[in-house]
Design a protein around this ligand. Structure first.
Ligand code: ATP
Length: 111
């Protein structure tokens, strides 16, 4: 496995990456990378329109964006299992609420 597993590597479509890394879905401005796990990379970003500076739920201004490339390990069997977990638990018991999840080019993206 290469160092870019699940990530936004230099040898992938540059235009697509720029679109993702600057303004995701025209809704979230991607600001900086927070970290990298076994399946993808996580960035911090901000909602472009609306939102509440102190909000932590559906109106949160600051968000975390996770991108998993479809060729990364565990990404070949449909949507990431993590999505199911957030569907079930998100917004309660201290688990973050999901604002968006879907495909963006070659990536599964969750905000
Ligand atoms: N909401 C968040 N706030 C701050 N940092 C985060 C957040 N989510 C992820 N990170 C950072 O990004 C890294 C990668 O997160 P990610 O969920 O991809 O993997 P992981 O849970 O660390 O490992 P695994 O590969 O087992 O899922 C984390 O280790 C952490 O440093």
């Amino acid at each position: 496995m290469g160092d870019d597993c699940g990530g936004l590597s230099a040898n992938r479509a540059v235009g697509q990456e720029k679109e993702i890394l600057h303004l995701f879905q025209r809704r979230f401005m991607v600001e900086r990378k927070l970290g990298k796990g076994g399946f993808g990379q996580v960035f911090v970003g901000r909602r472009v329109n609306g939102g509440n500076e102190r909000g932590t739920g559906s109106d949160a201004m600051e968000v975390a964006l996770k991108f998993e490339h479809r060729n990364s390990k565990g990404c070949n069997d449909g949507p990431p299992y993590e999505w199911q977990v957030y569907n079930a638990l998100g917004g309660s018991h201290g688990v973050h609420k999901v604002h968006y999840k879907g495909k963006q080019g070659d990536y599964d993206a969750m905000v």
